[in-house]
Design a protein around this ligand. Sequence first.
Ligand code: SAM
Ligand code: SF4
Length: 327
Amino acid sequence: MTVPLIDGFDRIHRDLRISVTDRCNFRCAYCMPEEGMQWQEREKLLTFEEIERVARLMVERYGITSIRLTGGEPTVRAHLPVLVGKLAALGVDLAMTTNGVTLPTLAADLKMAGLARVNISLDSLQAPRFRELTRRDDLERVLDGIEAAKTAGFDPVKINVVVMKGINDDEIVDFAHFGRDRDVVVRFIEFMPLDADEMWNNDRVMTQAEILAALDDEFDLEPVARTSAPATRWRHRDGRGEVGIVASVSDSFCHTCDRVRITADGQFRSCLFATEETDVRALLRDGSSDDVVAAALERTVAAKWEGHRINQVHFIRPRRSMSEIGG
Ligand code: SAM
Ligand code: SF4
């Protein structure tokens, strides 16, 4: 059941997330099963030309101003800098979320192609825990990737940390120090029920209030004025850096959400937690005009839910996990 539309497409939706692949070189426990992940067949993935067409349409008709590439792991998609060049030419603020492991070799090419910003996901600074969480022994390579991103000129480099109670919540202060020492912006993200193995439950969610309490014990922080971005931000009063918290579960920002999504296989989604999708790939491939594609996008946004309703009896987990939707 859907509830009434919260706002018109032309008014609030400015941010498009494009998943460029559902494949990944990691298997993070909170995102993907260790074994048995079924990858989309290659011919089902949108081509770069199809991605460019739908992105252009949304930029030109609906005033989308920012695009974020995601996945799966976006950097495993071959020739990614070519796509970056096509999308950068649309004049949008172009960003990417990555696990960082291939940045030592790719960061400079992506920057040169026109990528403006990068978020790197990192959930533990302890090698054994990192290995357990990602099922890969690549902490050093990710740390090198962070340095490579800075050297390539990405500024700021942001680090996304999914905080899970009893798993990595004892590293909140370490991560905040890491951000100050390495001159990167750390954003703590509440654990969402989009993991493939269904390890999520409410007791595992470290809420914004709890994260902030841990930080307050160690640092002198002051709030930064909120924008439409999902993170609530605090800066260190001594001027050395800031932290952000994305409280998707405990304090959902649905009422200000300006985001829409396209999956790697060309399904348009109005929400991370949507249980229905619109098959844009079919329209892109059956000769439909831009008007027909646009009408389908508008219908999808018009049916957007008022809020995600995690923690309510009516909440239904989406069929797809985070790696298939793109965070
Ligand atoms: N592979 C890239 C990466 O890891 O950054 C991009 C895709 S990943 C699905 C996008 C973001 O979603 C990452 O920051 C990741 O930490 C986050 N994420 C994945 N599963 C999550 C979950 N269950 N709850 C909260 N965030 C999650
Ligand atoms: Fe891959 Fe990113 Fe999911 Fe980890 S969070 S399994 S790196 S898609």
